[in-house]
Design a protein around this ligand. Structure first.
Ligand SMILES: Cc1cc2nc3c(=O)[nH]c(=O)nc-3n(C[C@H](O)[C@H](O)[C@H](O)COP(=O)(O)O)c2cc1C
Length: 250
């Protein structure tokens, strides 16, 4: 197997890190890889905030719900959808850039930011580092906007902790390829197919442990009743919707 595929197929999230700073040249390679991805119209509609200062991590930690990975890694990268820089470029060149305060433009910028984020992850892992995403960046977006001093037309969409692994977990169980791949057109899921596709996951030792811990009969109920519940999703959707308006994306 070639080294690129080997890196990608060896991915598993790392949540414990050595107390060791990431070398400058490695950080630069990660950032270069992040900024060399495909991007809408080559506009590079993202910015990356590099956090190495532990005090800054501590300030953000409560809004990451005090997950250990918010403070135990030597490096946090926050990827923002960013139309601010391109709008400024247009303004300084006498171009009218009033076409980008809409959901289409937001979608482009989010896509660009996520491509940059995943490129950074693969680069970091190829250098022997471990990574973990912090989805919590998408919850209290208003707080991160304030702490990171994000101007209008900039909104955080992804956050990654990076460091030397201090654990070596096995690969995380995944659905079989057949679950995600459709040939030529979408092939919808019958109950029988869902049963087949989720069988291995449901019988996985990790799942058995989760069910016991949560006292619930399946993963679907753990996710919907405990992990990502309606009340929270509605509340944080409102926070996001307000932030998108305040940041002049919508
Ligand atoms: C958008 C996104 C948000 C995530 N947020 C968190 C998080 O807040 N905390 C965490 O420990 N892991 C987080 N993860 C990691 C996932 O839990 C992990 O990728 C998933 O369980 C699959 O495991 P693997 O990465 O080891 O293959 C996130 C992953 C993604 C893609």
């Amino acid at each position: 197997m070639n080294p690129t595929l080997n890196t990608i197929l060896s991915h598993r999230s790392i949540r414990k890190y050595e107390d060791k700073k990431i070398e400058k040249d490695k950080l630069e390679s990660i950032l270069k890889a992040a900024c060399n991805g495909s991007t809408m119209g080559n506009m590079q509609l993202y910015s990356i905030i590099v956090t190495e200062d532990k005090e800054m991590m501590q300030t953000m930690a409560p809004h990451h719900f005090n997950q250990p990975i918010a403070t135990n890694a030597p490096l946090i990268l926050t990827f923002c959808a960013d139309f601010n820089r391109f709008n400024k470029y247009c303004a300084f060149r006498g171009a009218v850039s009033d076409s980008y305060n809409n959901i289409q433009s937001y979608h482009w910028a989010v896509t660009d930011a996520l491509i940059a984020a995943q490129n950074a992850c693969i680069a970091a892992e190829s250098l022997g580092l471990g990574i973990c995403w912090l989805g919590t960046i998408t919850f209290n977006v208003d707080k991160f906007i304030e702490i990171l001093k994000l101007p209008e037309n900039v909104i955080p969409v992804a956050c990654i902790s990076i460091g030397y692994p201090a654990e070596n977990p096995p690969l995380t169980d995944k659905l079989p390829l057949e679950a995600m791949i459709h040939h030529e057109c979408y092939s919808d899921y019958s109950e029988e197919k869902i049963n087949r596709l989720y069988k291995d996951k449901e019988e996985h030792p990790n799942t058995k442990q989760l069910l016991t811990e949560n006292d619930l009969p399946n993963i679907a109920r753990i996710i919907t009743e405990k992990r990502y519940v309606k009340k929270d999703n509605e509340y944080f959707s409102q926070v996001l919707s307000t932030a998108l308006k305040n940041q002049k994306f919508l």
